[in-house]
Design a protein around this ligand. Structure first.
Ligand code: ACO
Length: 401
């Protein structure tokens, strides 16, 4: 690894690297990915083990504090989250300002950014205690904001958080309960929701995380930085891909149409959505867990013979045995099965990226915390290769033409 800081310290030379395919912008001790082997570790722990044996709140502690919590630490950490789930009452008016049919991601960008107008007391980024309170507030309030954005989007009354439920159960209840009606959270749904949150908690320096770091490098407050991350995640090449994968499966429709579809991919007419990754050149380890969750959710609350799931499994089988995909090291990524799972759980496609942003908030905030605590970090300021005109004299408007 070349340390560019040392290499270019005394010169004005710089690298030209669009897409940052070979430029590291920071050191980080949070998440490790070995794309060739298909390994994803959070603070050293494999994602498969965390998804099977841990839970999202514990993973939040791990990402933020570097270690799995003891029983006592877990209890304290979870309590601090449940104590901050409510939104300020004036948020009601803020939501009401959005158009009736506003996209929930538009609501997320606006309302999460607005948290900085409500919680002035935790905006001092140089005070570790205040940074911690902001982190807890964000993790605690994201489900409330996301569920509220959903309810607003579909025109239903808002359901308040219930602090006797766990993180995933509380979120599902806020989304699917109707006031004055009993709602019992299905345990299979709650487990799947928690796993989906865990699988999306962090993924090192992806576009939205880099956006959060870049925004934070100027000293912007954490709520503003997370709002910037949400805006970046909204794009179809990043958080929006699971929606595209589901649309693709619906368009294929039945397994017998797969060969024709594959021919179109090879002819570069379109991409196989939910396949391929900038870093993974092997099976995305999150996709393995997501496929299991899809199986469990469909068996419990959907149709175990769901035609889209059959198409997905057959498409995967055919692609993994096809030279075109083998040569290019194209494997399913986390998005391939997540759309099917979320859809079976009852979420409309407009909520898929919202759920991703809810889960990724802990990763963004852990990365932001790490950056603020790193004395080598400077304001992010990429260089450019200028391609415009050379210096020329101003021409008065009457002399132009
Ligand atoms: N389907 C078909 N062919 C593909 C796909 C795909 N999904 N992905 C890459 N390829 C092909 C390219 O056409 C290219 O072929 P060529 O060598 O013949 O020109 C080759 O594989 C290399 O592809 P690149 O575009 O160089 O790969 P890159 O690393 O830039 O792209 C990306 C990664 C954007 C994820 C891409 O694989 C893609 O668009 N996949 C579909 C969208 C998707 O699922 N995104 C989710 C990412 S995971 C996440 O954000 C949580």
């Amino acid at each position: 690894v070349i340390d560019i800081r040392k290499l270019y310290a005394a010169t004005d030379a710089f690298t030209y690297d669009p897409g940052f395919t070979s430029t590291a912008a920071c050191e980080s001790a949070i998440t490790f990915i070995d794309g060739d082997k298909g390994t994803l570790l959070h603070r050293g722990y494999p994602i498969g083990q965390l998804a099977a044996q841990s839970n999202f709140v514990e993973v939040c502690h791990l990402l933020l504090h570097g270690e799995l919590p003891t029983a006592e630490q877990y209890e304290k950490f979870e309590r601090s989250i449940t104590m901050h789930t409510m939104l300020h009452a004036q948020f009601d008016r803020f939501f009401e300002g959005f158009r009736r049919d506003a996209h929930p991601m538009a609501i997320m960008v606006g309302t999460v950014g607005a948290l900085s107008a409500f919680y002035h007391d935790s905006l001092d980024i140089h005070d570790a205690r205040q940074r911690e309170i902001s982190a807890i507030r964000l993790i605690a309030k994201m489900p409330t904001i996301a569920a509220r954005a959903y309810k607003y989007h579909i025109g239903q009354p808002f359901v308040s958080p219930r602090n006797d439920l766990n993180y995933a159960e509380n979120f599902l209840r806020m989304c699917f309960a109707v006031p004055a009606e009993d709602y019992v959270v299905n345990p299979v749904m709650a487990k799947a929701m928690d796993r989906i949150f865990t699988l999306h908690a962090d993924h090192e320096q992806n576009a939205s995380t880099s956006t959060v770091r870049l925004a934070g490098s100027s000293g912007a407050n954490p709520f503003a930085c997370i709002a910037a991350g949400i805006a970046c995640l909204w794009g179809p090449s990043h958080g929006g891909a699971n929606e595209e994968a589901l649309t693709m499966l619906k368009e294929i429709g039945t397994p017998d149409k797969i060969p024709e579809f594959i021919e179109g991919v090879k002819a570069k007419k379109y991409k196989l959505m939910g396949f391929g990754h900038r870093v993974y050149k092997n099976y995305d380890p999150r996709a393995t867990v997501m496929k299991e969750s899809a199986d469990e959710v469909l068996a419990a609350v959907g149709d175990p013979n769901d035609p889209l799931f059959q198409v997905a499994k057959e498409l995967e089988r055919i692609a993994l045995n096809d030279e075109y995909f083998i040569e290019r090291k194209l494997f399913p990524n986390v998005d391939f099965y997540s759309g099917i799972t979320l859809s079976a759980m009852g979420f409309p496609t407009s909520m898929f990226t919202v759920l991703f942003s809810l889960a990724r908030t802990v990763g963004w905030i852990a990365q932001w915390q790490e950056m603020i605590g790193d004395p080598t970090q400077k304001i992010g300021r990429p260089r450019q290769l200028y391609t415009g005109p050379t210096e020329r004299d101003y021409v008065p408007i009457q002399n132009r033409g």
